[in-house]
Design a binder for this molecule. Sequence first.
Ligand code: URA
Length: 217
Amino acid sequence: MKVHHLAKQNSILNKFLAELRDVVVQKDSMRFRRNIERIGEVLGYELSKDLNYSTKDITTPLGVKQTNLPTDNIVICSILRAGLPLHNGMLNYFDDVENAFISAYRHHPNNDEEFEIVVEYFAAPSIDGKTLLLVDPMLATGRSMVEVYEGIKKYGTPKEIIIVSVIGSEEGVEYVGKHFPKGTTLWIGDIDEKLNDKGYIVPGLGDAGDLAYGAKL
Ligand code: URA
């Protein structure tokens, strides 16, 4: 799997990531959501350089300009609920693409740290022959991403799969690399070193869903 790790290069993205992680700044949930959305915009712009293009004549009031435009039929698929601000950020740039939403959550059957991923709700168009963008802000263990991919296969076989994430763990990146087809690419803000016993990314940022939308029972 080809990994595009954006924080390896200095850019304004680092400021958005720092604000997400900062224990004081992240308490402002509107800023937190907007920073994830801004990172979605940056990731969308960066990955757009890797899409397929063809030349079209664009008529201006004064003439005709040949312009290379993306030709891929894109479906953006997000995992509820933490994926929503990242989805919106991507959609700000890919404004005319199709959308899919899937719910996935960690179920702790024995009320301890062991968990299974439950994938339940699907709202998806056909993904057959399309470019599938799988979007999840936190690529922790990588298990949700793989379960969602297994679930969405019933909607067709995509031409290409692109995974988009804000922060991942080295373990999560390795796990998706092993379980996704060859040719899958990952565009990610930053990759942290480890997971704690609860499967949270360290240093990470905490619980992205709770920070964006409030704690759940
Ligand atoms: N989900 C989160 O929101 N944060 C993590 O660190 C891992 C999974």
